[in-house]
Design a protein around this ligand. Structure first.
Ligand code: ZN
Length: 183
C-alpha cells in the first residue's frame, strides 16, 4: 500500500517538528465546525486553525445527522465549545445521487438492504445549510443560546460565503448547483 508508506513518512517529518504535546483537551478557540469530508476542503488551512484550536466534525455533506449532533453535544457540554459553524460547499458529491440510486447500487453489488438508511443527499446547497443550522439550533440536546452560523465554501476559490435563511431565499443564483443533474 504505497499511500500508507507515504503517510508514515509524512508522519515522521511531522513528529520531527512536533511541539504541541502539552495542549489541553478542550479546544482553545471554543468552536466546533461541522463540514463535509470532501478532500478539497482543508479546514485547518481554510480557517487558520492550529492543533488544539477547534473541533472539526466531518461526514458526507457536513450534514447535521444524529451522529454529528452527538459530537456537538459532547463538544459543547463536555469540552466547552460555545459556537458552531456549519460549512457545506460547492460541487458537493451529495448533489450527485438520490437515496434510491445508492440503495439500488448497494442491493445490486452487495445484496444488502439499505432501505432504512437515509444517506442525506440534497439538491440545494444553501437550503441544506439553512436546514442543518436549524437542526442544530433546535436540537433538544443542545442549548438554545449557542450561536450557529452556516456557510458555503467555494472549492474553486477557497472562499466562505455566509448563508442565512434570508440569503437562501433571495439568492438562488450564480453559484448554486445544477439541480437537474440528479434526475
Ligand atoms: Zn461534500
Amino acid at each position: 500500500m504505497p499511500v500508507l508508506d507515504e503517510f508514515l513518512a509524512a508522519n515522521e517529518r511531522y513528529v520531527a517538528d512536533f511541539t504541541k504535546g502539552d495542549l489541553p483537551m478542550p479546544p482553545g478557540r471554543h468552536v466546533a465546525v461541522l463540514t463535509c469530508m470532501d478532500a478539497r476542503i482543508d479546514p485547518a488551512r481554510a480557517l487558520g486553525l492550529e492543533e488544539g484550536d477547534a473541533h472539526v466534525v466531518r461526514n458526507a455533506g457536513g450534514r447535521a445527522s444524529d451522529d454529528a449532533i452527538r459530537s456537538l453535544v459532547i463538544s459543547s457540554r463536555l469540552l466547552g465549545t460555545r459556537e458552531f459553524l456549519v460549512i457545506h460547499h460547492t460541487d458537493c458529491g451529495m448533489l450527485t445521487f438520490t437515496n434510491d440510486e445508492i440503495r439500488e447500487q448497494i442491493r445490486r453489488d452487495l445484496g444488502a438492504d439499505a432501505s432504512g438508511v437515509d444517506f442525506l443527499p440534497f439538491f440545494d446547497i444553501d437550503a441544506t445549510v439553512v436546514e442543518d443550522v436549524a437542526a442544530i439550533r433546535t436540537s433538544p440536546l443542545l442549548p438554545r443560546d449557542i450561536p450557529v452560523r452556516g456557510f458555503v465554501y467555494d472549492v474553486r476559490t477557497g472562499r466562505l460565503r455566509e448563508v442565512t435563511e434570508q440569503t437562501s431565499r433571495s439568492s438562488h443564483t450564480a453559484d448554486r448547483p445544477v439541480s437537474g443533474s440528479r434526475s
